[in-house]
Design a protein around this ligand. Structure first.
Ligand code: GFB
Length: 310
């Protein structure tokens, strides 16, 4: 990528897309392109093709997707499967037709089998059953990475895929029904502290292990991969460290300063028991994350507070 390359960030207002946008600006890229849903509906192939023909991007970061936490995934299977398949099919095919020089597709660590050995190596894809709560999203993401591989093989497109671990950071979704665990905990502990509640209820048993990566670190990895990686094999992007949901809840509670008790609602699903990426392929290329979990949660909480005040 050059300073004046035409770079389209699909989903530039979301958690990951907005972080990629900030990172590209920080690195001095001047010709960034983003569109809101009301301007270009990515579910509509004709609209996407017209948009690509008009703007002729050189590079595309695919951060547009229907995303959500365990409850949203579990209760909206059709939307998670259909919308993700449709958006990624449209973007990948339009990028091929418009002769985009390079495209980065973003997947998720949930593509791996529920009980795969840990840490999760890229070669464990499709070796056994998926986690039921997010199998719909996972199937769409697997189709997306396969589509990139297929367009590379058949048409010679330089389309690559990265599989990030659980993300958090600025511009996250704090809606308790549809959010991931970290923004949910920030919201719950903040609301409990400010309303002097005695307890906060968290979902499941607290036993599952998760790996978290701050969105700006992922964005830095995405730009790094766009510059330095051009292989058919998708690549994991993680922080390399994991924490139980129970420990995470205690950490967020301490950072926010809530003094009450945590209650566990075991009627809610735990999801996959453990999801630690093996990111050694990426680390061997020379990339490392910079933001540790406690610092990242403090920054995410500041972002949450700044939006509350608006
Ligand atoms: O982040 P999360 O929703 O998704 O939940 P997954 C992670 C863990 O936190 C689960 C627990 O064990 C939840 O039961 N948890 C505790 C909570 N309290 C809460 C809460 O208040 N809200 C939420 N949301 N969780 C998602 C997939 O799986 O991971 C997606 O469903 C995607 O498809 C994403 O892959 C990265 O980590 O279980």
């Amino acid at each position: 990528m050059k300073e004046d390359s035409r770079i389209y960030v699909a989903g530039h207002h979301g958690l990951v897309g907005s972080a990629i946008w900030r990172e590209l600006q920080r690195q001095g890229f001047k010709n960034l392109i983003g569109r809101r849903r009301r301007e270009v509906d990515l579910l509509d192939i004709a609209a996407v093709q017209k948009f690509f023909a008009e703007i002729k991007p050189d590079f595309v970061f695919m951060a547009a997707a229907k995303v959500g936490g365990i409850h949203a995934n579990n209760t909206q299977p059709a939307a998670f499967l259909f919308e993700n398949l449709q958006v990624q099919n449209n973007l990948i095919h339009a990028a091929y037709q418009a002769e985009v020089r390079k495209l980065l597709f973003l997947g998720s660590s949930c593509i791996y089998p529920k009980l795969a050995p840990q840490p999760l190596k890229e070669e464990y894809l499709l070796t056994s059953e998926l986690e039921p709560t997010n199998q719909w999203y996972a199937v769409a993401k697997i189709a997306g990475l396969k589509l990139c591989q297929a367009y590379r093989r058949q048409y010679g497109c330089d389309f690559i895929s990265a599989m990030p671990t659980n993300m958090y950071g600025p511009n996250d979704n704090y809606d308790l029904e549809s959010s991931h665990v970290l923004p949910a905990l920030i919201r719950k502990f903040h609301d409990a502290k400010t309303s002097f509640a005695a307890t906060v209820t968290c979902w499941g048993t607290g036993a599952p292990l998760r790996e978290f990566l701050y969105a700006d670190d992922l964005a830095n990895a995405c730009v790094f991969l766009m510059q330095h990686y051009s292989e058919e094999q998708f690549i994991n992007v993680g922080s390399g460290s994991e924490i139980t949901i129970r420990e995470l809840s205690e950490l967020v509670k301490r950072i926010i300063g809530f003094k009450g008790e945590i209650v566990w609602d075991e009627s809610k699903p735990d999801g996959t028991p453990r999801k630690l990426m093996d990111s050694s392929r990426l680390f061997a290329l020379g990339w490392k994350p910079k933001v540790n979990l406690e610092t990242g949660i403090r920054m995410a909480y500041e972002d949450f507070l700044s939006k509350q005040l608006r």
